[in-house]
Structure formats: C-alpha cells, structure tokens
Write a protein that binds this ligand. Structure first.
Ligand code: DHB
Ligand code: FE
Length: 283
C-alpha cells in the first residue's frame, strides 16, 4: 500500500525563487536562507519520494475573485509554472499523479470533505518555491506532485481545525491506495507576515517559534487556535499557516523532528522549515 513517510513545511517567499533563478543564492542576504535547506536537500535525495502531496495556496494566479475554491485537488497530468507578471519561472513542468489524486478525491470527499477537482491550472510561487528550496535547480522535478490548493487569500479561509481533520482524512486516503508508493506531505506558506496596511512588514518571531514547537508536539491543541489569533499575532498573511496543519494532521500523533530552521527576514516574512518523520508507532 502507499504510505505517508514524512512531512515537510516551508515558507514560499517569492523573492527566494527570484534569488535562485537570477543566480543570487550566494549573496550575503540570501546565503543564510539557502543554508537552512542544505540538510533537507541531502535528506530528500536519500528519501526518494515517489509522490509529494503539496498543500499550498494560489495567489490569484490560477483562481481569482471569480472563483474561490476552499480546497482544490489537482487531478491533472501536468501543471505549468504560472506567469505572475514577470514571466514563467525557469523551472520544470510539474508532473501530476492523476490515479492517486482521483483516489484521494474519492476517499476524502466520501469522508465528508468537499473538494474541488482541477484538471488544468498553472502553479505559482506557492508551489514552485518550496520545490526549488528542496530540490534546487534540476532539469526535471524528481517525483510526481499532487497540488492541493487552499484558499487563504480571500476571507473566509478554512479553520485550523478543519485543516487538521482534513489531514487525517488524507492519511486514510493515501494508505488505502493499492500501490507501493513513498508519499510525502508538504504544508507550505507562512510564517508571520503582513503585506499590506499599516502593519505591513510585521514579523513575530516569538509566535512563529511557539507555532513550530506546538506543531511538532502539541498539534491537537494548536488546531483549535481561531483565525483571529493568527491575524492578530502573525499578520494578515500569517493565516497561510493553517496549511501546515493539513500536513500535521496527515502524520502520526508522535513524530520525530529531523530538521528545524527559522530565519528572519526574507523579503517581508519569516522563513520557517521543518522535516517531520512518522515514527511508525500507530496511535
Ligand atoms: C511575500 C510573501 C508571500 O507569502 C507572498 O505570497 C508574497 C510576497 C513577501 O514576503 O514578499
Ligand atoms: Fe504567500
């Protein structure tokens, strides 16, 4: 059967993609950011996942105010990097896994979570920057990716609790797929940031580090934190962090934290990154 072996969380700051694409990753400003992913790049080379279930948010690239799905699963064969106003990023096309994606859609929808199925969409920095951070600059991404877009752009976003419970349904879905696949789940976006209004530039390192602590060891209670606490403490875009709870819900109650990284600032945000591994102990 397919199994979820590990979870990865990472910020998706678009300027990180630009730094990499323009050969600036060794600059004084960017070096410490990329250094935080050195371990991760080696780790993932050894892990060789077959599929990444990549929870991310679209930033009005594939969707717009015309159509705002709360949860959208990519069931297509492939996804092109979006043109976000300065051309397509020079990164490979993302190859999907339609068979697993349709299986997950069936299982999760019939577990009472209403997903939107997407056959065709372009993927923006929310998805491509995490891939670049973990895999560098390959000619082709080394595994299949199932994009899973969450609305955290237009109010109201889903609650942390809903996201956490969705993660649990995802785990059940993956583990009932009859093929021997190593599946990772990634929760991306975050951490504290606010891009507009009087509080633009807000970063709250204390909140972020507590969030990292609790995501590892105390996720059940963390999942009950209401939206308003994210907005107050982590800024309006800090709400992206609910996507990390989908990842955490899909892992076991007890996990090993293999890697933890936190750095401020990168553009307007804090960069946070975790690698969590299932222990194999069923709870
Ligand atoms: C920035 C961060 C984001 O998450 C985003 O989607 C856009 C911009 C930033 O820090 O500049
Ligand atoms: Fe974002």
């Amino acid at each position: 059967m397919a199994r979820i072996t590990a979870g990865v969380t990472t910020s998706h700051v678009p300027a990180i993609g630009a730094a990499l694409d323009n050969g600036r990753s060794a600059d004084d400003y960017w070096k410490p950011v990329f250094a935080g992913y050195e371990f991760s790049k080696e780790w993932i080379k050894a892990e060789k996942p077959d599929v990444i279930f990549l929870v991310y948010n679209d930033h009005a690239s594939a969707f717009s105010l015309d159509l705002i799905p709360t949860f959208a699963i990519g069931v297509g064969e492939r996804y092109e990097p979006a043109d976000e106003g300065w051309g397509r990023r020079p990164v490979p096309t993302v190859e999907g896994h339609p068979e697993l994606a349709w299986h997950i859609a069936q299982s999760v929808i019939q577990s009472n979570f209403d997903l939107t199925m997407v056959n065709r969409m372009d993927v923006d920095h929310g998805l491509t920057v995490p891939l670049s951070l973990m895999f560098g600059q390959p000619d082709a991404w080394p595994c299949k990716v199932i994009p899973f877009a969450v609305n955290v752009v237009q109010y109201p976003p889903p609650s942390g609790r809903r996201c956490y419970e969705l993660g649990k349904a995802l785990r059940k879905a993956v583990e009932s797929f009859d093929a021997d696949l190593n599946v990772q789940i990634w929760g991306t976006g975050g951490m504290s940031h606010q891009l507009q209004g009087p509080r633009a530039g807000l970063i709250n390192a204390e909140f972020d580090n507590q969030f990292l602590d609790r995501l590892i060891n105390d996720a059940e209670s963390l999942s009950h934190v209401p939206h308003i606490d994210y907005v107050r403490e982590a800024g309006s875009e800090g709400i992206e962090l609910v996507m990390w709870l989908i990842m955490r819900g899909a892992l076991e109650d007890r996990v090993n934290c293999l890697h933890r990284f936190y750095h401020v600032p990168a553009s307007n945000t804090a960069v946070g990154h975790l690698i969590l591994e299932n222990t194999g102990n069923r709870t």
